[in-house]
Design a protein around this ligand. Structure first.
Ligand code: UVW
Length: 363
């Protein structure tokens, strides 16, 4: 990792030596798995034991303090701060055809859901109301029960992923983007900080990496996308690393979305995706967002069996770089359109952890 934040001296428990802190960090990983609940033991995410933690070689992910953010100590918008008028005017140069591609899935009860999340829709009364007036108007409303920002095509806000640095249950030591501690903002009626409403709408250049073309097949669960893979895809697509500018977004087509609604068990069983090497590259390129045709956009299980969703923790928690999950790129791939304007306005649910919605790519 080239992550160069300063050590967490002021956060380590007073009585903890380096070895002890590594152990705490390892057990924090176990806590993360417990949050995943139903996935315990799945994806190779079994919690590490204290004995395993003792053998971990430094530096561990959670050893370093990642705040204050480069966007300011009070910032809650993270990498969406890249969305400036200059960025929009630069991005718009990529619109040549006037063609709009829908890159999100429809929302329906048959979509694959992570863990025990649900999606149910009812039309109360059906019709819900009316008739009104002499014109006899009737109407339908929908009633939806779901984890609204974390099902289907979903955009992770910065209140979604944190890192537990202390003991289980110690919310003062559960830190999120910009160091915000769960003790300061977590609330059953909506997050008091880092709610998705703080994110600025996206209108930026998007680069699509076609891993299916690189591999000649759909990628498999646990298969990591590295920097060399991205370079191979760029070469195949007549693109270059120099095309990436600060504030751009990168997307990965792995073929995994072909399982969507057809083999949900396999879709949910793990996934191919980014590893930490590539996460570092994303940080170096100063991108605003990653996205993919999988439910986490990162490799699951991680080839390093002691890690769980480490790319989420690195990009979202430590760098405020957003993640857009469960996308679909088939039409862009069919048209060989690998560069476009990515447009997405997160639904500003006050205190929400994420957002549903219908992102588009415009060429
Ligand atoms: C978790 O919520 C654990 O993952 P994701 O952001 O991929 O839904």
């Amino acid at each position: 990792m080239t992550d160069s934040n300063k050590p967490l001296d002021d956060e380590a428990p007073a009585s903890t030596d380096r070895r002890g802190f590594l152990k705490a960090a390892g057990l924090a990983g176990a806590g993360t798995v417990a949050v995943a609940g139903a996935t315990h033991g799945k994806f190779g995410l079994a919690p590490i034991t204290a004995a395993q933690a003792d053998t971990l070689s430094p530096p561990r992910l959670s050893e370093q303090k990642w705040w204050p953010s480069k966007w300011g100590a009070d910032d809650q918008a993270g990498a969406s701060n890249h969305m400036t008028p200059a960025k929009v005017l630069d991005a718009i140069k990529w619109i040549k055809d006037g063609k709009v591609y829908k890159i999100g899935h429809n929302y329906e009860s048959t979509m694959p859901l992570f863990g025990k999340r649900v999606f149910t829709l009812r039309i109360p009364g059906s019709p819900t109301g009316g008739p009104f007036g002499d014109n006899r108007m009737v109407y339908h409303d929908e009633f939806v029960t779901t984890e609204i920002g974390q099902v289907g095509t979903q955009f992770d806000g910065l209140g979604h992923i944190g890192i537990q640095l202390g003991a289980d249950g110690d919310k003062r030591q559960m830190h999120f983007y910009n160091g915000h501690a769960a003790s300061d903002f977590s609330d059953p009626y909506g997050l008091k900080k880092l709610g998705v409403e703080n994110c600025k709408p996206f209108f930026t250049r998007g680069h699509l990496i076609d891993m299916v073309a690189v591999k000649g097949r759909m990628m498999e669960a646990g298969e990591e996308i590295g920097v060399a893979d991205v370079r191979a895809a760029l070469q195949k697509q007549n693109m270059s690393e120099a095309d990436f500018k600060a504030g751009d977004a990168i997307f990965f087509h792995t073929g995994w979305s072909s399982l969507w609604g057809k083999n949900n068990d396999k879709y949910n069983s793990g996934e191919p995706g980014m590893g930490l090497e590539l996460a570092d590259w994303v940080i170096q390129k100063d991108l605003c967002l990653t996205g993919g045709d999988t439910w986490a956009v990162e490799v699951v299980p991680n080839p390093d069996k002691t890690l769980a969703f480490a790319v989420h923790s690195t990009l979202q928690t430590k760098h405020g770089i957003y993640n857009h999950e469960n996308l679909v790129f088939d039409e862009l791939i069919a048209d060989k359109k690998y560069q476009f304007v990515y447009i997405f306005t997160p639904v500003p649910i006050v205190g929400g952890t994420g957002s549903p919605g219908s992102p588009i790519a415009v060429t």
